[in-house]
Design a protein around this ligand. Structure first.
Ligand SMILES: Cc1ncc(COP(=O)(O)O)c(C=O)c1O
Length: 355
């Protein structure tokens, strides 16, 4: 990126992980421009063949093709809102279990399933929600046994919270206890999805299959688009969900371009290679206590708060990084086509700034 004085910046944060294929990727801009010349929007009252193309390509690349239906919307919060709603329609229950330090967006149901009291308005606080410690399967089982739980919502890699992850043993036990009790498992892949973890969805690292998969951030490379994959056994009735803007022609064009680039440029393999390269490179920096996260959703933990470090990186070294609720964590969410040379630039700048 360049500022108004034409200074060049390296963006390793992508506006909270939204920029998945890089700013101004030619496939993305060409596709959106040409769609704009045809039609930008019509409501879902008419069929839009681009939705089918997006759905087919998403299903194919993610491996979820035959098992889910796709609902398109515009943001991550909206995706989670609809996920929680679909689950409740399906099993006619209302309590939601979520986990400490999670974040799922700021609309009514989505904001109520966080333990960050600062962002919950009184009007959102009435939703029946239980927040439990991550990886505590006994606590989940006790709550589910009460019989009133509709869904469990979980980030497979916590984003805003600071990159903590459920273990595979926990995810498998969670899948079992939810399935056995008719509780929907919602895998919030808004940030961890779309190739960012090195697999299409982060739940795929754990050998489980969720009932509902909300997604958004990387989906449009900056054009607002979100989606919810809903397992076939849930079978939403026509009209259960709706939206005016979701799945517009322009949004679908952006989404199709991202999927085409992810596939053509083999970006999930790049994610795996760059993650390995990054981990080796930062292991040589003395101040780094640990590397958290997975794929290109990574965090460097220090034994001091990183606010000043981030400022120095942006103003002196012209590198964008991110923060988290954990103030000692420097977050890295680069585009999935980031190169080893870019990582070298970051590592040298970090070393220099810490010296
Ligand atoms: C895991 C997760 N879910 C949901 C959201 C909300 O997405 P949006 O800001 O698009 O509503 C976010 C945003 O940071 C997120 O990280």
């Amino acid at each position: 990126m360049w500022d108004q004085e034409y200074n060049k910046y390296l963006d390793l944060y992508g506006g909270h992980g939204v920029i998945s294929i890089g700013h101004a990727h030619p496939v993305h801009t060409t596709k959106i421009k040409s769609q704009l010349d045809q039609i930008a929007f019509y409501s879902n009252a008419v069929q839009n063949p681009l939705q089918q193309e997006l759905s087919d390509k998403l299903g194919q690349l993610s491996g979820c093709k035959d098992d889910y239906a796709l609902f398109l919307c515009s943001t991550g919060a909206e995706a989670n809102e609809n996920a929680i709603k679909v689950a409740s329609f399906y099993n006619k229950k209302s309590r939601v279990i979520a986990f400490e330090n999670g974040f799922h967006g700021r609309t009514s149901a989505a904001v109520s399933v966080t333990d960050n009291k600062k962002i919950i308005a009184p009007v959102n606080a009435h939703n029946p929600v239980t927040i439990l410690p991550l990886n505590d399967i006994d606590a989940v089982a006790i709550e589910i046994a009460k019989g009133d739980v509709s869904s469990v919502i979980i980030e497979l890699i916590q984003g805003v919270g600071g990159l903590d992850q459920p273990t595979t043993a926990f995810m498998q036990a969670l899948r079992k206890v939810t399935q056995e009790n008719g509780v929907c498992l919602i895998a919030d892949e808004v940030q961890s999805g779309y190739g960012r973890s090195g697999k299409f969805f982060a739940f795929q690292h754990h050998g489980i299959v969720p009932d509902i998969i909300p997604m958004a951030k990387g989906m449009g490379n900056g054009y607002p688009i979100g989606g919810v994959l809903i397992a076939n056994h849930i079978a939403p009735w026509y009209g259960m969900l709706g939206t005016t803007f979701g799945g517009s022609h322009l949004a679908c064009a952006a989404g199709i371009a991202v999927l085409d680039v992810l596939k053509e440029e083999n970006l999930m393999v790049n994610v795996q290679e760059i993650e390995a390269y990054f981990r080796v490179a930062v292991s040589k920096i003395p101040g780094v206590k640990q590397v958290k996260g997975r794929g290109l959703m990574l965090g460097l933990e220090f034994d001091f708060e990183v606010g000043e470090l981030r400022k120095k990186l942006i103003y002196n070294e012209r590198i964008f990084t991110g923060g988290a609720m954990n103030k000692k964590l420097l977050r890295i969410l680069p585009p999935l086509n980031v190169r080893k040379e870019d990582i070298d630039v970051f590592v040298n700048a970090l070393q220099k700034t810490l010296d």
